[in-house]
Design a protein around this ligand. Structure first.
Ligand code: AHR
Length: 640
C-alpha cells in the first residue's frame, strides 16, 4: 500500500506551456518503418489484477446477494451487526447464536430463530440489507438456498422474500419445514412486473411458534453463463471487453493478510460453500470466500485468461514473517499442493479434490508468483540464497520445471526468478514523465511484470486526466513489451458506496444494480482492442512534450496501429509518413476525448467519456491530421 507525492497533470501542463508556449501547436512528424519490426508485442501484455478490496467480490463480482450469510458478523476485526430482527409485540421473535449446532466443521455454529407467538397473519424473522441494497429486476428468477435444522418445536416452513423499503414483497419463496438433521434447502423466487430498484432487503420469516436453526443463506440473481455460485453479468462483460490475457490472483495484500494468522489459506476456499469458514480480508471486512480458488480458475476459463497464481510466501502486512527453513516448509508444501490442485490429473491427490469439486480437467498454469510486495519486509528474509523466495522457487522449479517463477522484488543469490513484479502507483505528472522509463533498462535480467499500476487521480474511479497519463504510460509499455511482458491496472473493481471502498482510484465502479467504466477503463479497452503483435520502428519529432506514441502491427493481417496520446490542452497537428508499404485510404479512427482533465464517468453519468469510432477515408502513406486537445487516439490502417 503505497502512494506517491502529488504532482498534478495541471501542473505539468502549465510547466510545459510555460517552457514552450507554442510547442503543442507546431506540426509534429511521425515516421513509421512498416517493414521494420523491432520485437514481438508480448502476447500476455494486458491482464487483470484482482483481490478482495473495495467489495470487489462480496458485493461485487461474486453475484451472491446476502451480506454475512454465515452470521459471522466480523468486520474490521470487530463484531458488527448486519442482520436485524423483524419482530413485533405479537410474534415475539428472538434470535441467538447457537455455538453447539452448526451445519459443518467449518461452520460449527448457527443462528437460532425463535418465534414465541408467530402466526401466518403475524409472521416474523430476520432482515438482511444485502450489499448496500438488494437489486430487483422485473421478471427475473433468483435462486435461494439455506441450511436448516428444526429446534425442539418446529415452526414449520421458512419463507425468504425480497422486500422493498416500503414493505412490499417483490418476490418470495418458501422452504419446506426443517427436519431434525441439518439439510440444504433450495427454492426459486421470481419477480413480476416490478420496477428496477436497489432499495430492497431480504426477509426470512416463520409463521408458527417454535425455533429453527439456520446458516449459509444464499441468494443469487441470474449469473454470467448461468453458473451456480457464479459472477455478475454486467461486470463480467466489462472485464471481457478488456480482452485480458491473464488474471493475477488472489492478491495483493489479500494474499498476505494483516497478521500471519490471516494468510490466504486456499484449502479453506474450496469445496461446498458450507465447508468454507470465511476469513478476514486485510481491507477491513470478512471475505465469504464464495469466490475461492476454483472460482478464480473458472473466471480465467470464462474469459480465456491464463492464471498467474500468487502463492502465500510467509509475510504478513503487520511486518511479521515466517523464518525461512523448517518453519516455512509447511507453506512451501501447501503451495506445491495448490499447484497440484490446479494442474494435476484427477488421479493425483489434489487433482482428485478438484475433480470432486466439479472440475475433472486440469488447468494450464505457466506463472507462479512467490508472495506480494516483499520489499516491505524490512528483515530481508525474502531475498538471498537462503531466503523465503529461494526456498519456494527451488521447490516449485523441482516439481514443475516448466512453470515460470515471479519474484516480488529483485533478489540476490543463486536462485533467480524468470520475472520480477514491479508496481507503479503514480500521479499523472509522474507517469507523463516516466513513459520512457523502460526504454533503457537492461534486457539481460529477468523480464518484468507490472503486476499493479495506476494513475492515482479521481475517486472512486479515475478522471480523464488520469486516463491521459495512463494511456501515455501504456505507450511506453507497448514500446517495451519485449521486456515488460505483463501489465495489470489495480485496483480493478470498486463498489462505489462510500462505506464499501478502501482505495481512492479504481478502474470499474458499481452499486447493487449498475456499473460503469472509467475513462481509464475505456483507454485500456482501446489499447487492448488494437494491440497488434509486433512493435514497429518509428520516430516522433517536433511534438509537444505531452504527445506520446506507440506503433505496432499485425503482420498476418497487414494491419498497422498508430496510437497518439495528446495530453496537452492544445491541438496537436501531426504529419504521418509510413515507409515500407502502401497504405489504403480507408481505415478506422478511435478517439477518447474530453474537454477537461476533470471530466469523468460516474454511477449516475456512466457514458460521459466513451470512445468514438469512425471509418475514415483520408489515410495514406503521407497524411496530416490534427489530434484534438486532451485526446487518446488509435488509427487502424491497412498496409500492402
Ligand atoms: O492495489 C492495492 C494494493 O496496493 C495491493 O493490495 C498491494 O499489492 C499494493 O500495495
Amino acid at each position: 500500500m503505497r502512494r506517491s507525492a502529488a504532482q498534478s497533470l495541471a501542473g505539468l501542463v502549465a510547466a510545459a506551456l510555460a517552457l514552450s508556449p507554442a510547442c503543442a501547436k507546431a506540426e509534429a512528424q511521425l515516421t513509421v518503418q512498416y517493414d521494420h519490426p523491432l520485437h514481438a508485442v508480448s502476447p500476455t501484455l494486458y491482464g487483470l489484477m484482482t483481490e478482495e478490496i473495495n467489495h470487489s467480490y462480496d458485493g461485487g463480482l461474486y453475484a451472491q446477494l446476502i451480506r454475512d450469510r454465515v452470521f459471522f458478523r466480523r468486520e474490521h476485526h470487530q463484531y458488527v451487526k448486519i442482520w436485524s430482527v423483524d419482530q413485533n409485540a405479537v410474534n415475539g421473535i428472538s434470535i441467538s447464536i447457537d455455538n453447539r449446532n452448526g451445519p459443518s466443521r467449518a461452520l460449527p455454529y448457527s443462528l437460532r430463530l425463535t418465534a414465541a407467538r408467530a402466526s401466518p397473519e403475524d409472521p416474523g424473522g430476520i432482515d438482511n440489507p444485502g450489499y448496500w441494497g438488494v437489486p430487483v429486476w422485473p421478471d427475473t428468477t433468483y435462486r435461494a438456498s439455506i441450511y436448516l435444522k428444526s429446534g425442539a418445536r418446529n415452526p414449520g416452513p421458512v419463507t425468504l422474500a425480497i422486500v422493498s423499503d416500503s414493505g412490499k414483497v417483490m418476490a418470495s419463496a418458501t422452504f419446506a419445514a426443517a427436519g431434525p438433521q441439518w439439510k440444504k434447502y433450495t427454492a426459486a423466487l421470481r419477480t413480476g412486473r416490478v420496477r428496477e430498484s436497489q432499495d430492497d432487503f431480504v426477509r426470512i420469516t416463520v409463521g408458527h411458534p417454535g425455533s429453527v436453526l439456520m446458516n449459509v443463506v444464499s441468494l443469487f440473481p441470474p449469473t454470467y453463463r448461468n453458473q451456480p455460485n457464479g459472477f455478475r453479468i454486467d461486470l463480467m462483460r466489462k472485464l471481457a471487453a478488456l480482452r485480458p490475457k491473464y488474471l493475477r490472483f488472489p492478491g495483493g495484500n489479500f494474499l498476505e493478510g494483516k497478521t500471519l494468522a490471516d494468510w490466504y489459506d486456499w484449502k479453506l476456499t474450496i469445496g461446498p460453500i458450507v465447508d468454507r469458514p470465511t476469513h478476514p480480508s486485510p481491507w477491513g471486512y470478512e471475505s465469504s470466500d464464495g469466490l475461492g480458488l476454483l472460482e478464480f480458475l473458472e473466471w480465467c476459463q470464462d474469459l480465456h485468461m491464463q492464471p498467474v497464481l500468487a502463492v502465500y510466501a510467509g509475510y504478513a502486512l503487520d511486518g511479521m514473517h515466517i523464518r525461512p527453513g523448517p518453519q516455512l516448509e509447511p507453506y512451501v508444501k501447501d503451495a506445491l499442493e495448490e499447484i497440484q490442485y490446479i494442474t494435476g490429473a484427477a488421479t493425483t491427490k489434489w487433482g482428485a479434490v478438484r475433480a470432486r469439486d466439479g472440475h475433472p480437467a486440469p488447468f494450464a498454469l505457466h506463472y507462479v508468483e512467490i508472495g506480494n510486495e516483499d520489499f516491505f519486509d524490512r528483515s530481508g528474509s525474502y531475498s538471498g540464497s537462503h531466503g523465503r523466495f529461494a526456498q519456494f522457487a527451488r521447490a516449485v522449479r523441482k516439481a514443475y520445471p516448466r512453470i515460470k517463477i515471479i519474484a516480488t522484488m529483485p533478489v540476490r543469490g543463486d536462485v533467480q526468478p524468470d520475472l520480477v513484479d514491479d508496481h507503479f502507483y503514480r500521479t499523472a505528472g509522474q507517469f507523463l514523465r516516466e513513459t520512457h522509463y523502460f526504454d533503457h533498462l537492461s534486457r539481460k535480467g529477468p523480464r518484468i511484470m507490472v503486476g499493479e499500476w495506476a494513475t492515482q487521480q479521481g475517486t472512486p474511479t479515475p478522471d480523464f486526466g488520469a486516463a491521459l497519463s495512463d494511456a501515455a504510460w501504456m505507450t511506453g509499455l507497448e514500446r517495451n513489451s519485449d521486456l515488460v511482458v505483463m501489465a495489470s491496472y489495480a485496483p480493478l473493481l470498486v463498489n462505489v458506496n462510500p462505506l464499501a471502498s478502501q482505495w481512492g482510484t479504481n478502474l470499474i465502479g458499481y452499486d447493487a444494480l449498475h456499473s460503469y467504466g472509467s475513462p481509464s477503463y475505456y483507454a485500456q479497452v482501446m489499447f487492448s482492442d488494437y494491440l497488434g503483435n509486433q512493435a514497429i520502428a518509428s520516430h516522433l519529432s517536433e511534438a509537444g512534450p505531452l504527445c506520446f506514441e506507440s506503433v505496432t502491427r499485425d503482420a498476418a493481417t497487414h494491419t498497422l496501429y498508430v496510437k497518439i496520446v495528446n495530453a496537452s490542452p492544445q491541438p496537436q497537428p501531426l504529419a504521418l509518413r509510413i515507409e515500407g508499404g502502401a497504405v489504403a485510404h480507408d481505415g478506422t479512427l478511435v478517439t477518447l476525448h474530453a474537454g477537461s482533465t476533470h471530466a469523468t464517468n460516474s454511477i449516475n453519468d456512466p457514458d460521459r467519456v466513451v470512445p468514438h469510432t469512425e471509418t475514415v477515408k483520408w489515410l495514406g502513406s503521407d497524411v496530416r491530421h490534427t489530434f484534438a486537445p486532451y485526446s487518446i487516439n488509435v488509427i487502424e490502417m491497412h498496409v500492402h
